[in-house]
Write a protein that binds this ligand. Structure first.
Ligand code: NAP
Ligand code: ZN
Length: 346
């Protein structure tokens, strides 16, 4: 067993504390990673606060992981010691079902194994990236391109792929009008990626406070959703809307912004159900859809796309002692635009 230092939480109302966790000895296809940086995703907060259902505490969150390979199993062929690598939201899947065979492991019919708050193949609870080391099978490890710094690479492993995948799937590109709802961790990546794909990008944020940043990230237009005029002005105008909001929104109001055949895709995952009036969809053959992270092949494609287009998240690096404070700031929409933990401070 490998002992790793970590930051764990013991319950939904508890603060983070220092912890030691065991990582399994390397199996033949496993890679040991020394973690350098871990991003804080709003999903970490939903999970730690048990908003999505019961959690087996203690919990070590973190699924935006970047570091170096420090050891490889006897049959590892893709990575060697010293490689710069990342791990995202899943660490395994059955590998055999229809969806896994298509490279859509996130939709594994037997359920993918999440990086934390899951149970691995060996029956042990999975623990995430707020820790110094992790052992992952090589097929779920990503290669970080040389021109992306490790701290900035971390958020790409969730925020990057979660927005790249639906933008790609719903054909964001030249001639397409795309709106991004919410400009936090996922939202600001969505703006950068949609812009790089060639789409005309509009940000729909609660206020205009972050407008300057949004335009700098590549948005063509920026509107405040608290301004009731916004919904009248933009009615029927978008081909695609990506909703990244972590809370309940008035779906019908956003659906009314879609053009004929437009689609709104929810990646935001609030605990409360969202409701909609079907007439909002019927009238203009609109669709409402959801999307979960992305497959491993597509995640590598996203990293290479970001490398080619010089795209990286805007981050604020924090120490391990600042996790509780960072959670509070994310909940207050006071994040510019992703907190990343410097694991060396553990
Ligand atoms: P985040 O950094 O907190 O960003 C969410 C943004 O939503 C905020 O910055 C804010 O943007 C807006 N917002 C927050 N509360 C709002 C409210 N009450 N009404 C309207 N807008 C509000 O969170 P994140 O890390 O980007 O994650 C966003 C959501 O995606 C979370 O629910 C997370 O669990 C989910 N997620 C899903 C997947 C997936 O695979 N589907 C993957 C990762 C994360 P403005 O300040 O611009 O208004
Ligand atoms: Zn995430």
């Amino acid at each position: 067993m490998i002992t790793a230092k970590a930051r764990a939480v013991d319950g939904p109302d508890k603060p983070f504390r220092e912890a030691e966790i065991e990582r399994r000895d390397l199996d033949t296809k496993d890679v040991l990673i020394e973690i350098k940086y871990a991003g804080i995703c709003h999903s970490d907060i939903h999970t730690a606060h048990e908003e999505w259902g019961p959690v087996n505490f203690p919990l070590v969150p973190g699924h935006e992981i970047a570091g170096f390979v420090t050891e490889v199993g006897s049959e590892v062929s893709k990575y060697k010691v010293g490689d710069r690598v990342g791990v995202g939201c899943m660490v395994s899947s059955c590998g055999d079902c229809e969806n896994c065979r298509k490279g859509e492991e996130q939709y594994c019919l037997k359920g993918n194994i999440p990086t934390y708050a899951g149970v691995d193949k060996y029956g042990e609870p999975t623990q995430g990236g707020y820790s110094t080391h992790i052992v992952v099978e090589e097929d779920f490890v990503l290669r970080i391109p040389d021109n992306i710094e490790l701290d900035a690479a971390a958020p790409l492993l969730c925020a990057g792929i979660t927005t790249y995948s639906p933008l790609h799937h719903w054909n964001a590109g030249p001639g397409k009008k795309v709106a991004i709802v919410g400009m936090g961790g996922l939202g600001h990546m969505a703006v950068k990626i949609a812009h790089a794909m060639g789409a005309e990008v509009t940000v729909l944020s609660q206020t205009l406070n972050k407008k300057e940043d949004g335009l700098k990230f590549g948005a063509d237009h920026y509107y405040a959703t608290k301004d009731s005029d916004t919904f009248e002005k933009l009615a029927g105008s978008f081909d695609l809307i990506i909703n990244t909001v972590s809370a309940k929104i008035n779906l019908d109001a956003y659906i009314s912004l879609l053009a004929l055949d437009g689609a709104i895709v929810n990646v935001g995952a609030p605990a409360e159900p969202l409701s909609l009036n079907v007439f909002s969809l019927i009238g203009h053959r609109r669709s409402f859809a959801g999307s979960l992270i992305g497959g491993i092949r597509e995640t590598q494609e996203m990293l290479d796309f970001c490398s080619e287009h010089n795209i990286a998240p805007q981050i604020e690096v924090i120490s391990a002692d600042q996790i509780d404070e960072a959670y509070k700031r994310v909940l207050a929409s006071d994040v510019k635009y992703r907190f990343v933990i410097d694991i060396s401070t553990m």
